[in-house]
Design a binder for this molecule. Sequence first.
Ligand code: MN
Length: 132
Amino acid sequence: MPENKTGIFPKGEKAPAEYFTGTVWIKLLVPNDPILSTQIGNVMFDRCARTNWHTHPGGQILIVTDGVGYYQEKGKIIQVIRKGDVVNIAPDVVHWHGASPDSEMTHLAVNSNTQTGVVTWLQPVTDEDYTR
Ligand code: MN
């Protein structure tokens, strides 16, 4: 989301280039809660920005709150996700998520069962992966 546009939540911090391609902002709304075993973050992707491939040992739910983006599980086709969409990601499924080429995308990321771990990062999503 451009600097001049205001979302529901603060933009937070720039996500590390080690694990993301392009410009991504992350605001941790609920830091990992050991009683609830849940962590919730707001994640804003500029056009073309995306996560690396990764897994969540405890699963993840994405709630798209703005824009148009992509979600892909390894070995499957890219799915277009839009404001209002909810994506359930089972534990240990290799996947990535991000904005589309023509729109930013913002989602809430709900990480569940965090006692098993939050995320395991893998390789970057290449331009070839992204445009396929
Ligand atoms: Mn994920």
